[in-house]
Design a protein around this ligand. Structure first.
Ligand code: FNR
Length: 383
């Protein structure tokens, strides 16, 4: 009921905060260190103004459809790969994948998902991208790629901004572990979140099923630090692309020169991201670096942008400034933590309606039109 009444993403965040265990909500919500990039990532959109055209004669409905990774999608935004979804709500990744399919958009599955690749392949027949970390174990990587192919995944995204685990101080303070430890503080937080606790105790989400079911996820940071290869380089990336042989994104670029290198290495898509401001503190707001990356790779290379998007107007700005598609992480996870698959459907619906309205008022009837005329429609405040 509460989810139904949410009118924006901030409302879903408030409901998620009420329902989820504090440690889980903070894991979802937090950025690295002092959360400067987290704040700036969002604030950067408010510095950009919409210089709209009037009397453009647009006849609704507008057309929000486009292509990502060569697949037809009904929306130019989608659900980013995010870890451990079953800790937010039992329905976990399943809920997000179903919601993506419901809206006819792309779904991103994390290699730290708590739902298996075949299961997602079974329930989500629409376009989907599989996200990979720079794992140490090449045999494990080959095995996972094979599973992703068999599961019908259309594209691979290699996340390159995660060679060290980011410093999430809220997690450290909360003593974040999955399953929760039974200190008086954690038990008290669990009592304050009865719906979440009931759900979690009935369906414990202990394992990262996607990459290796044997690994208990008691400390995500320790797990990642033991499994990730920080020395992974462009040569290793080339090897990986050879193993995959399909559409591929490099997720986590924030510099034009890296984007050019990535293109030369063979990545077909540049995914401009700073991991939702959870990794390197004071990394730039992605919307601020987007135009220079578009310029560096030229008009024909696909660009995805994510980070700090909370409104349809944010999505419109990203499309106008050079993105072909826009990813959202926290917005749909707030929906998931607030109310399972209904919550994710609601989150994407809120953004769809907001984007539709923004495009209408801007005077752009299609995603292509917005992309073509975009740079002339957006100006930095005061400039
Ligand atoms: C993430 N992100 C992420 N990225 C990735 O490549 N693999 C992963 O497992 C995760 N896990 C993850 C968990 C949580 C809780 C969050 C919030 C984010 C990053 C994600 O894909 C995306 O880049 C950001 O979430 C985008 O920023 P916003 O939309 O959250 O501001």
């Amino acid at each position: 009921r509460m989810v139904k009444n949410a009118i924006n993403i901030a409302d879903l965040r408030s409901i998620a905060k009420l329902r989820a265990h504090k440690m889980v909500f903070d894991y979802l919500d937090a950025g690295a260190d002092d959360e400067i990039s987290l704040r700036r990532g969002k604030d950067a959109y408010s510095e950009l103004e919409m210089h709209y055209h009037v009397l453009s004669g647009l006849q609704p409905p507008l057309d929000l459809s486009t292509k990502v990774f060569g697949c037809d999608v009904k929306l130019p935004f989608f659900a980013c790969p995010t870890a451990g979804n079953r800790m937010f709500h039992t329905e976990g990744e399943t809920a997000a994948a179903k919601a993506a399919e419901h809206h006819g958009t792309l779904y991103g599955l994390s290699s730290l998902a708590t739902t298996g690749i075949p299961e997602i392949g079974e329930i989500c027949k629409g376009p989907k991208v599989f996200q990979l970390y720079v794992w140490k174990d090449r045999e494990l990587v080959k095995d996972v790629l094979q599973k992703a192919k068999e599961g019908g995944f259309d594209a691979l995204a290699l996340t390159v901004d995660f060679t060290w685990y980011g410093n999430r101080e809220r997690d450290i303070r909360n003593g974040f572990t999955i399953p929760p430890n039974y200190t008086p503080k954690q038990v008290w937080e669990a009592i304050k979140a009865p719906a979440w606790s009931w759900d979690f105790l009935a369906n414990p989400a202990y394992n990262y099923a996607c990459i290796n079911t044997e690994v208990p996820a008691d400390s995500l940071a320790a797990f990642v630090n033991s499994q990730i290869n920080p020395a992974f380089d462009w040569k290793d990336a080339e090897w990986l692309l050879g193993e995959w042989g399909g559409p591929s994104a490099i997720k986590g670029v924030v510099r034009p020169d890296d984007a050019v290198l990535a293109k030369e290495t063979g990545f077909s898509t540049m995914w401009v991201s700073n991991h939702g401001a959870r990794q390197l503190e004071t990394s730039p707001a992605t919307i601020d670096v987007l135009p220079s990356i578009r310029e560096a790779v030229g008009p024909d290379t696909e660009i995805i942008l994510d980070g700090g998007v909370q409104r349809g107007t944010d999505i419109a700005k990203a499309l106008a400034l050079g993105a072909d598609a826009v990813g959202v992480g926290k917005p749909y996870l707030y929906g998931l933590a607030a109310g399972g698959s209904d919550g994710v459907i609601k989150a994407l619906e809120i953004l769809r309606v907001e984007l539709d309205r923004a495009m209408g008022l801007l005077g752009t009837g299609t995603v292509d039109d917005l992309k073509k005329r975009g740079p002339g429609l957006i100006k930095r405040r005061g400039a």
